[in-house]
Design a binder for this molecule. Sequence first.
Ligand code: KG4
Ligand code: ZN
Length: 359
Amino acid sequence: MIVLGIETSCDETAVGIVEDGKTLLANAVFSSMDLHTVYGGVVPEIAARSHIESMTPVLQEALQAAFPSLSDEEAWSKIDAIAVTYGAGLGGSLLIGVMTARTLAITKNKPLYAINHVEAHVYANFLTDTKLPNYQLPSNQPEFPLLALIVSGGHTQLASFNDHFDYTLLGRTRDDAIGEAFDKVAKVTGLPYPGGPSITAAAKQGDPLKYSFPKSKLDEKYEFSFSGVKTAVLRTAQEEIGEDFTFPSHKVPERLSDAQRNDIAASFQRIAIETVVDKAVLAYKEYLPKSVVIAGGVAASTELRKQLSDRLPCPIEYTDLKLCTDNGAMIATLGCYKAMLNQETADPYSLEIAPNLSM
Ligand code: KG4
Ligand code: ZN
């Protein structure tokens, strides 16, 4: 079973090709990130336009990578099905991927699978083999029951999977996602977008114990909140430069010293990551899963990987960083399981986007 997966929910135009839900054949990604950096966040109109421009070359690149010696037509004859992200995400961006997939499903006569982006992040962990250079994949596929910590720019949640397509959402964030908090803290301290990598780099030079930002305290065991720590970072930065809470946040970065910026980054990172690790460890103890996986852009965080490995009472494997941030391979992987386990196909003449889709 070979599935081609298309992902365009945010600023990555991505096409992946996966065999049998475990072998990675291609993972082509073009990110329009650089076009958004000056704005400190993704601009939906620019992202959508970039998807239109990049879709055909990225598709071509994926087919070439998976089947280097075959013509276009021969390569398509190897593809058994097409999978596409239909939600959650930016409407204009999702439309480009979904319309591309619908068109290909009709013209190439392939079954089409509609994929939930957040569920697909979890499936990146099922890839264990590849001939592609520079991929470090886990040695074993995760086993059910499976605990998944999903941490991205749009989501922060814990899910317990009994089996494929049989899961319970244990809890989610009430306000900001953890990646969003990284991005906002980066903006307020003058670090570049996206905040995950830039805060990680600044934190290396900073003191993680310099500031004690608050950890959210919520009644529901597995719910998260990151708006409090984000505000606490702004207040601390304002105090550090000798101003009060009325001082405009966009003027804070130019007044912070590098040392202050690095200490804020390190202290924020420690607390934000501890918050999700605390709950993952709690859920592990309650549900005693056979495997634990992390998924989503923030799963690339070295601090998260370190804290989890130190504190989980079970071994945990991590996938390649390139499969943590948005990519088409995770869409193709979930597509493989949908196809192999006879899940419902989507109608290529009518599949609609679902920008607010949840798990
Ligand atoms: O999964 P993703 O690529 O897009 C969404 O579906 O949201 O996640 C993007 C998020 C951004 O907020 C970014 O700051 C964060 O992932 N991120 C990281 C790292 N790389 C990306 N966070 C922490 N450490 C990283 N190395
Ligand atoms: Zn994502």
